[in-house]
Design a protein around this ligand. Structure first.
Ligand code: NAP
Ligand code: 12T
Length: 340
């Protein structure tokens, strides 16, 4: 990394993603000159630690971004819609985690292992979008295959952790589980149904076509990041009672033939991927093993014997790290190194 030091603001520093963002900046020794932690008035005055120093959380206002080089947002879509242009206007480059800007043609949507070149397009609006967590891990694993043999269609079912919904959902799974085990009543606050001991085929809101918005993000974001509008993605996104890491059952149809062994070989040398695939010894990627890690884990790699050119696999990553904070910090690293 160059010795350039960067003024950083974390918008939503007190949230589940913001918290992880702080850890990622520390772990990766991001060259921070000065750091600001921003949140709503609810958390203003709270004290958080950064590299051993105490930092007081400030309420995010229009004036928060003076002298900020990079502002990493994870404060919700509405907040980002309002404050990202203000931050950009003040001269900061925004890396946004919400879905507010992802499909804006003037905003790059970036997975560093896939399309780092797209970062250059930040100059149009001063904003770069971080893709959806489910999209990020799927594309880290699929991109090497797409580059080699071309993927024409993806069928994916997700098993998504509650941490994707934020701190309140983590508490809800914990409280519900404890209440049920103790035969006491519980209150549903975040999800429309009991999430403990259950699976909900419902993430984000339902749309007119019967899909959820989360499912359509997986199609639209894949096309934008791969720069390929011909690829088909059909998704079923499911919330499961897991705290951290999303798992995905992914089936692909490729343009030309590739064997399961060739996929294993290819992925074992691909950036950001770790192949964990030894079924004879009960070895395959697990949510609890991926939690706290930055890699995307792939296993159960096998031929789809129902079609000519098909592969099945199981893809797991920490949704708050590679699915959110790590990906955003990687983008910030490229900005600091190449563009500031
Ligand atoms: P969370 O735990 O509920 O935290 C929300 C954060 O936003 C808190 O720091 C909160 O501050 C802050 N905030 C809320 N309203 C604000 C306002 N008006 N002004 C300033 N700050 C405000 O949620 P989370 O899970 O961290 O998620 C936060 C964002 O990240 C969401 O936009 C979500 O879509 C995105 N996300 C993206 C991915 C991905 O796929 N890349 C994954 C998960 C989440 P207070 O403490 O003051 O309330
Ligand atoms: N509804 O960033 O609830 O588009 O797990 C991420 C996670 C939206 C997003 C979730 C969501 C996003 C969730």
């Amino acid at each position: 990394m160059a010795d350039k030091k960067v003024n950083v603001a974390i918008a939503g520093a007190t949230g589940a993603v913001g918290n992880q963002m702080i850890e990622c900046l520390e772990e990766r020794k991001f060259p921070v000159k000065n750091i600001k932690f921003l949140a709503s008035s609810r958390s203003a005055g709270r004290e958080l630690k950064f590299m051993g120093d105490t930092v007081v959380v400030e309420e995010m206002t229009e004036k928060s971004f003076k002298d900020v080089d990079i502002a990493i947002f994870s404060a919700g879509g509405g907040t980002s819609q309002k404050f990202s242009p203000i931050a950009a206007e003040s001269g900061a480059i925004v890396v946004d985690n919400s879905s507010a800007w992802r499909m804006d043609p003037d905003v790059p949507l970036v997975v560093p292992e896939v399309n780092p070149h797209a970062i250059a397009g930040y100059t149009k609006k001063g904003i770069i979008a971080n893709p959806n967590c489910s999209t990020i891990q799927m594309l880290v694993a699929l991109y090497p295959i797409h580059k080699k043999v071309g993927i024409r269609r993806v069928v994916v079912s997700t098993y998504q952790a509650v941490s994707g919904t934020g701190k309140k959902a983590i508490d809800e799974l914990f409280d519900q589980t404890r209440a049920i085990m103790n035969f006491v009543d519980y209150e549903k606050k975040v999800y429309p149904h009991q999430i403990a001991f259950n699976c909900l085929p419902h993430i984000d809101v339902f749309l007119d076509n019967g899909y959820t918005k989360e499912e359509m993000k997986m199609l639209n974001e894949t096309r934008k990041i791969f720069e390929d509008d011909s690829i088909g993605v059909t998704a079923t996104t499911v919330r499961v009672p897991v705290f951290f890491s999303h798992s995905e059952s992914v089936n692909i149809e490729t343009n030309s033939h590739i064997t399961a062994d060739e996929v294993k070989e290819l992925l074992s040398v691909s950036e950001g991927v770790k192949v964990v695939d030894d079924p004879e010894n009960n070895v395959y990627p697990l949510a609890i093993d991926a939690a706290g890690k930055d890699e995307t884990f792939v296993g159960r790699i096998r031929q789809d014997e129902s079609i000519e050119n098909g592969i099945n696999m199981w893809i797991v990553a920490d949704n708050i790290r590679k699915g959110a904070a790590t990906n955003a910090v990687q983008i910030a690293e490229i900005l600091a190194e190449k563009y500031l």
